[in-house]
Design a protein around this ligand. Structure first.
Ligand code: ARG
Length: 480
């Protein structure tokens, strides 16, 4: 919004007492004139923080119950507050709530409506708290629920990948390094690599949740409060594991949101790598897979095209999630203790991070089971590029050669196969023996894709048997 700094210097110059002073702005008592219209728009957050309404109401009710239990407010006040909040909840759910810029943010909008509905008890709700500890509580409640949904979606995506991996436990494909054919792997093994990544992401979110799930309410503006509050009571009723330890820290730090965005960035980075591979595999040059049509679009000019828009967008959206992480880190770095209004800027990046990751995961979890695998194309690609050369070298080592000598022998064999335009497995035994007399009939087994794959049967290996065992372990891990 184009607001020049000069207009933001409210009340810096003494002016004539304003004739019209709008009532109802909670903090307007000491101001000589109403806030400039542009400044009002500049400082208001209700347009976006109304997303916290549900959690704001939950937090307020828990606070009011504690105040009543501690006899800071009366039972009658509490009943009125609960009744008022129930109506407000309905109004918001049914889209009848009248959000107003005059009331600045979600907290003041709800409090103002409460007072309009129930009178004086509404004015007592804000006893022993501040919007500073209120908003810190609301974001944590909101983010905890969103985090739980994201953890569930990561699990769903893992299940989709595990199921597809199981079906492709013995589907041979080329494994790449430097995007050059390196050694054969199974497609199932390749997919399970992503299961590992997403499982670490899930663990990271669950770990982030531990630090997120502490109640800051009670810190009030910054220094705590002299009312006889019971923070543990509120923490229990809102499902927090504990209360925060220091009031200044409670209202000022947003590291939990930054940590969340860090976790989200890593998860999007993994999604982006998977996307890049889906895009490559779907290109006719590879022709390894086809994505279901409902995840693709055509071209308005080239009738033959089917574009992998979903993975492309996911790759692109990864950038915006990284951007939000940077925004929040930068937002925080220069702030002195305790609360500063800068923190109001935490919401939009956080909300957009949650929305982007949530939608991306939901779409991927549904898209993965629809992938059509072209086993023949994968297999053919795995037999190009001398993918079993390392297997031949290992074979020679097992027959007594030093690895460096074996490497040399195989390099010569590859050169020969290359001049003849055939694969290693297509060289005759006699031809192979010219490179090394230790080569015997049993070499055929290691030169085939199946032989190469089956040999790597240890934990973490690509053999079909190892993949099936890994599938079982991955499923068990998810069920915990
Ligand atoms: N809307 C504010 C925020 O998001 C709420 C806290 C305002 N506190 C204050 N002292 N102005 O951070």
């Amino acid at each position: 919004m184009p607001t020049r700094p000069s207009s933001a210097r409210r009340a810096a110059v003494p002016r004539k007492k304003a004739a019209t002073k709008k009532p109802g702005v909670a903090w307007s008592g000491r101001f000589a004139e109403p806030v400039d219209e542009r400044v009002k728009r500049y400082t208001a957050s209700v347009d976006f923080d109304k997303r916290l309404a549900r959690d704001d109401i939950d937090g307020s009710i828990a606070h009011a119950r504690m105040l009543a239990a501690k006899k800071v407010i009366s039972r009658k006040d509490l009943v009125a507050i609960e009744r008022g909040m129930a109506s407000i909840r309905r109004e918001i759910q049914e889209g009848r709530f009248d959000w107003s810029l005059d009331a600045e943010d979600v907290h003041l909008n709800i409090e103002r409506r409460l007072t309009a509905l129930v009178g004086d008890p509404g004015k007592r709700l804000h006893t022993a708290r501040s919007r500073n500890d209120q908003v810190a509580t609301d974001i944590r409640l909101w983010l905890r629920r969103e985090l739980d949904a994201i953890v569930a979606l990561l699990g769903k995506l893992e299940v989709a990948l595990i199921d597809t991996a199981e079906k492709n436990a013995d589907t041979a494909m080329p494994g790449f390094t430097h995007l050059q054919v390196a050694q054969p792997v199974t497609f199932g093994h390749h997919l399970l690599a992503y299961v590992e990544m997403f499982e670490r992401d899930r663990e990271r979110f669950l770990d982030c949740r531990k630090r997120l799930n502490r109640l800051p309410l009670g810190a009030a503006a910054l220094a705590g409060t002299s009312y006889p509050i019971d923070r543990e009571h509120v923490a229990r009723s809102l499902g927090f594991d504990a209360v925060t330890e220091n009031s200044l820290d409670s209202v000022s730090d947003r590291d939990f949101a930054i940590e969340f965005c860090g976790c989200a960035s890593l998860a999007m980075m993994h999604i982006s790598r998977l996307s890049e591979e889906l895009i490559l595999w779907m290109s006719p040059r590879f022709g390894f897979i086809m994505l279901p049509d409902r995840y693709c679009t055509g071209s308005s000019i080239m009738p033959q095209k089917k574009n992998p828009d979903v993975p492309e967008l996911a790759r692109g959206k990864t950038g915006r999630v990284y951007g939000h992480l940077m925004a929040l880190l930068t937002l925080m770095k220069g702030q002195p203790l305790a609360y500063n209004k800068d923190n109001q800027e935490d919401k939009e990046p956080l909300f957009d991070t949650v929305d982007t990751l949530h939608d991306t995961l939901a779409i991927f979890a549904e898209m993965i089971p629809g992938i059509r695998v072209n086993r023949e194309r994968m297999r053919a690609a795995a037999t190009e590029g001398y993918a079993t050369a390392t297997d031949l070298a290992d074979y020679l080592v097992k027959k007594g050669l030093a690895f460096r000598d074996a490497h040399e022998v195989v390099a010569r064999a590859v050169r020969q196969a290359e001049t003849r335009g055939v694969d290693l497995a297509e060289l005759s035994l006699a031809e192979l023996r010219e490179f090394s007399p230790v080569i015997g009939r049993d070499v055929a087994k290691v030169l085939t894709l199946e032989g190469s794959l089956a040999g790597r049967k240890h934990i973490g290996g690509t053999a079909p048997a190892a993949v099936r065992a890994a599938v079982v372990r991955a499923r068990r891990r998810l069920a915990r």
